[in-house]
Design a protein around this ligand. Sequence first.
Ligand code: ZN
Length: 272
Amino acid sequence: MQYISKMVKLSLILALLFLASNSYACPFKLDRELYQGGIAYGKIDEGYDLFLDKKKIPTKNGNFIIGIHRDRKVNALFKAFDNKTKKQINCEIEVKKFKWKIDYVNGVEGEKVTPPKSYFDRIQKEQNLMVNARKALLTNHFPTSFIMPVHGRISSPFGGQRVFNGQPRSPHSGIDIAAKQGTPIKAIEDGKVMLAYDEMFFSGKIIVIDHGFYVNSTYAHLSKINVKKGDTVKKGDIIGEVGSTGRSTGPHLHITINIFGVNVDPLKVLKD
Ligand SMILES: [Zn+2]
């Protein structure tokens, strides 16, 4: 008899534990499935802090935006920290894989594959400028929608990779939009100009705009820049003109969208 009552107690405890574990449902929702190179908007209940890969995700009235790395191999493990109970809830969300385009190009001139050593210092300096320009965080503005900066054929998609003479290059960090020299370029969303630079080795004339909540956009190979560092821009403002400066083979706009240090596919973000 005693044995049976012990069993009943034990199963009751197990049932309660089961219920308790289930009551810790994820306190947030995402508006879409997660893909490599993709984005998602989310909304979290009040009183929680949300972390992904140990980084705290900034929220505004519970709203947030996240980007998923092109090469992310593992699922997204979110940690939601309840500020009241001090409890942490782990939420694992599947990241779907994408097959990126890889082109093998042989017989390319050596100098075009690897820049000469004399340019290394300059390239390093320019990379540091980019890193700093993308550190900003405008807490007062939450970016909600983004417009196409230029209309045209997508001449090179996001994430594609070229292998020159057997040496893999960095995957394409954004998209290329083919357009005529001098075509006006629009700011894709409200923001602040973090960098307006005339002569980058790879990118030529370049602009970086911070849109808040660690979302920023980069516009490269411009023929003309209409803004300067520190300027505030509105969505649709003409910030420059399409060109072919830097390492470019013809007029086009290269645009990169970076969310919290992760480049995402601009076509998943830009709507028009
Ligand atoms: Zn490009």
